[in-house]
Design a protein around this ligand. Sequence first.
Ligand code: GTP
Ligand code: MG
Length: 291
Amino acid sequence: MDNIHINWFPGHMAKAQRMIREHLKLVDVVIELLDARIPVSSANPVIKEIIENKPRIVALNKADLAEAEWNEYWSGVFRDQGLQVVALEAITGKGTKALIGKVEQAASDTITRLAAKGIRPRAVRAMILGIPNVGKSSLINRLLGAATVRTADKPGVTRGKQWIKISKNLELLDTPGVLWPKIEDSEVALKLAITGAINDEVYDLEQVMSKFLCLLREHYSERIVERYKLNEPLPEENEELLGLIGAKRGCLRAGGIVDYDKARKIILNEFRGGKLGRFTLDRGIENSSKT
Ligand SMILES: Nc1nc2c(ncn2[C@@H]2O[C@H](COP(=O)(O)OP(=O)(O)OP(=O)(O)O)[C@@H](O)[C@H]2O)c(=O)[nH]1
Ligand SMILES: [Mg+2]
């Protein structure tokens, strides 16, 4: 089958990278949001080069959409790499307390070092980094909701920047850094497309869904059977499967012909919304071409 092809705009990303570098100068710690369903595929391949030696906390967001045992597995993998990691649900706020604790802890060395140089102890500053749609704004809003004060511009230090005061010792930059994923690998591109990290306009729905339906049929047929009230075994042809699901959901054009695209979108949206159950699509470092 053809490789997933995605249009790519490096111009955007060059600008995003410049912004990140500028903002990084202002913070002590970085919170890297990853999608718990694809912790490898949603990572930026050069994160270490970008953040240099800043402490980094990994947050596996959308943990509610990923399989619980796999969340444990991935947390262990990151811990083994010497990183602090938390499972997070930015929309409900589950995990934010643990995250805040780890961020404060990670920055305490920096603060101690400054204090040793005679610089008055100050709040720790952090920023959020992550690929599109990973939940950066949701996390900021969640933390903002809990924040007591939203500090205004800091004159002379960060003109135009807003800091959210999270706790006595922690301030968060209210603008997240948008990272770019590695999309050259076709498997990775597929996972990014179905999880919503890549804009729906830049990939071919039919091509992506054709691969995704194969994956679903192969590993999760019982979920499809249950959700769409079908009989086993599922048809081997994707079109036939789409026909059955489309008919069940009333995706019909004039003359009773199934609207395949509508059926594809229903399945994709239900997957993204967790209605087909929890999925972890990255199941090992070797699953992607991450170096
Ligand atoms: N199920 C679930 N959905 C989440 C979670 N966090 C965020 N979302 C959803 O993911 C989508 C993207 O969230 P945003 O917070 O807008 O993501 P973002 O990283 O700011 O996206 P960009 O601004 O496009 O880069 C939204 O529909 C959120 O409701 C989570 O923990 N669980
Ligand atoms: Mg956002």
